[in-house]
Design a protein around this ligand. Structure first.
Ligand code: UDP
Length: 365
C-alpha cells in the first residue's frame, strides 16, 4: 500500500513526491508518457538538450525557490532575450528602449512614453478590458500591430479582443535599454538539461511509465491512501460540467548541418501569415559549441483529444466552468489537485514548484 499515488510525473508531481519521500511517505508516481518530467523533459539530440515540449526558461524572484531548484543541479547564466521577426524586420523583446528606438527612432524614455501615450489616447482606451486594449495601453498601436496582434492571434486562435488582459502583462515593458525578457532576480537553464532535476527528485521513488490513470483507475486507486492528480481536471470529472478549452502545440524539429542557424535561442515570428509562432534553437540555451544544431518550429493548434494540452484558455467562459470543477475538488478528502492542468492556470515552473511546496506544507503540517 502506498501513501500517495501521484498521477503525472511533471514538475508538480515530482516536487510533491520528493518532499513526501523525505517525510518517510511511500509514493507511486505514474505517467502516461514514456518518460519522466512532463513538459520539461529534454531529449538529447547530437549532444544538444532539445526542449521537447517547448522552451523552458527557469526564472523566479523567490530566493527560496531558486535555492530549492539549485539543490538538484547547477544552473547556467542564460538570460532570455528573444528576437521578434516581423516580415524580416528584427526587434528586441521584451518591449524596451531598443524596441522603441528601432521602431520610432526615439532615443529617450520621455520620447518613447510620449509616443505610447499619444497612441493610447488616439485609441481611446481608459480601462483596458481585454488583451488588445491592455496591449495598446501599455505599448501603443504600432507595437500592438507589429509585435503582438499576429503572434497572439496565432498562439491563441482567438481575436485579441476575446482574450484576458493578464496574458500580455506577463511581458515587461521597460524604458531602459535592457533586453532581458524577465524582471525576476534569478534566471537560468539547468546545466545538462531539465531531466537532471526530475531524475534527482524521483530517485528511490516507484515510477510506472506508459500507464494511463483513466484506463486503470480503480486498480490504481486501490493501491494508495491518497491521490495527487496533476492531469486535466475536466477529464478527471468526466467533463460533467462541460469541456475546458486548452491550446495545443505541434513541434517540428530539424537537425541542421550547421553550427548556428539564427544566433539566438528564441525568435518569435510576429506576423499573421507565418504559420508558426517561434523558432527555438536549443543549443543557445546552454551556449553549445556542437557542429550541428537543432531547431524547432512551434505551431499552435486548438486542443482536441489525443493532442497535448499546453495552455489553459482562461477566458470568462472557461473560468466559470473551471470554478464548478474546483468546487467539487475542494470537497474531496482523498484527492489533491495541482499543476497547470489540474489548477487550470497559466503557471510558470517556479509557480508550479511554489504551489507544490504550499501543498506539501498543508499536507504535512
Ligand atoms: N506575445 C506577443 N508577442 C511576442 C511574445 C508574446 O504578442 O512576441 C504575447 C502572446 O499573446 C503570448 C503572451 O504574450 O501568448 C505571453 O508570452 P510568453 O512569452 O510569456 O508565452 P509562453 O512562452 O508562455 O508561450
Amino acid at each position: 500500500m502506498y501513501d500517495y499515488l501521484i498521477v503525472g510525473a511533471g514538475l508538480y508531481g515530482a516536487t510533491f513526491a520528493y518532499e513526501a519521500k523525505k517525510r518517510g511517505k511511500k509514493c507511486l508516481i505514474i505517467d502516461r508518457r514514456e518518460h519522466l518530467g512532463g513538459n520539461i523533459y529534454c531529449e538529447n539530440i547530437e549532444g544538444i538538450n532539445v526542449h521537447k515540449y517547448g522552451a523552458h526558461i527557469f526564472h523566479t524572484d523567490n530566493k527560496e525557490i531558486w535555492d530549492y531548484v539549485n539543490q538538484f543541479t547547477k544552473f547556467n547564466r542564460y538570460t532570455n532575450s528573444p528576437i521578434a521577426n516581423y516580415y524580416g524586420e528584427i526587434y528586441n523583446l521584451p518591449f524596451n528602449m531598443n524596441t522603441f528606438n528601432k521602431l520610432w527612432g526615439v532615443f529617450t524614455p520621455e520620447e518613447a512614453k510620449a509616443r505610447i501615450e499619444e497612441q493610447r489616447r488616439a485609441a481611446g482606451i481608459e480601462k483596458p478590458q481585454n488583451l488588445e486594449e491592455q496591449a495598446i495601453s501599455l505599448v501603443g498601436t504600432d507595437i500592438y500591430e507589429k509585435l503582438i496582434k499576429g503572434y497572439t492571434e496565432k498562439q491563441w486562435g482567438r481575436s485579441a479582443r476575446e482574450l484576458p488582459a493578464f496574458i500580455i502583462k506577463r511581458l515587461p515593458v521597460r524604458f531602459t535599454y535592457d533586453n532581458n525578457y524577465f524582471n525576476d532576480k534569478y534566471q537560468g537553464i539547468p546545466e545538462g538539461g531539465y531531466n537532471k532535476i526530475i531524475n534527482k527528485m524521483l530517485e528511490g521513488i516507484d515510477v510506472e511509465l506508459n500507464v494511463d490513470y483513466f484506463k486503470n483507475r480503480s486498480e490504481l486507486e486501490s493501491k494508495a491512501r491518497k491521490i495527487i492528480f496533476t492531469g486535466m481536471i475536466d477529464e478527471f470529472y468526466g467533463y460533467k460540467f462541460g469541456k475546458l478549452e486548452y491550446r495545443s502545440l505541434e513541434f517540428k524539429n530539424e537537425l541542421m548541418e550547421k553550427e548556428n542557424y539564427q544566433g539566438v535561442a528564441v525568435m518569435n515570428y510576429t506576423d499573421r501569415e507565418t504559420p508558426y509562432t517561434r523558432i527555438i534553437e536549443h543549443k543557445h540555451f546552454e551556449f553549445g559549441k556542437q557542429d550541428k544544431t537543432v531547431i524547432t518550429k512551434e505551431y499552435p493548434a486548438e486542443w482536441s483529444p489525443g493532442k497535448e494540452p499546453y495552455y489553459p484558455v482562461n477566458n470568462d467562459k472557461n473560468n466559470l466552468i473551471y470554478r464548478k470543477y474546483k468546487e467539487l475538488a475542494e470537497k474531496e478528502d482523498k484527492i489533491i489537485f495541482g499543476g497547470r492542468l489540474a489548477d487550470y492556470k497559466y503557471y510558470d515552473m517556479h509557480q508550479v514548484i511554489g504551489s507544490a511546496l504550499a501543498c506539501v506544507k498543508k499536507e504535512f503540517k
